[in-house]
Design a protein around this ligand. Sequence first.
Ligand code: ZN
Length: 164
Amino acid sequence: MIKKCEYPGCTKAGVCRAPKNRELKEYWCFCQEHAAEYNKNWNFYANMTPDEIEEDWERQTFGESTKRSNEDTKDYIKFLNDFISGRDTFDKMPPKKSLPSEIISAFKTLGLPITASWREIGAKYRTLAKKLHPDTATGSDSSGLEFAKISAAYQTLKRHFGKK
Ligand SMILES: [Zn+2]
């Protein structure tokens, strides 16, 4: 009966034998695909000492890090372009003073500038909610009125930012 390929996770038949080490006494049973993969590495490292192999790994690492820094430069240029075009879009946005008064007062309720991002609003809301929630409120006000106010403001801004 034919054994299964010994490569972890492989379910094909182990029709090819590959030596486990230099002694060539023990063999793995691999499918053709994994035998080919193993042999490729074997041919590369079989005649090298462990030190030489380590040196080769170091060279590969160094080569990769050089390549990566080139990628970083490309990313940086892309970032600059994005920044410039993003800035351009920003300049074309309608001025903030045209915001409806309920939006402006919602920002005020949360103690945020009207230029605050949706992310900043979410963070601020979570902080305030924790402080003011009737179940967890630590201050003298435990009526939940303040909590209701900031919740309403948050909901208003949520609609304004088009969040569901
Ligand atoms: Zn296999």
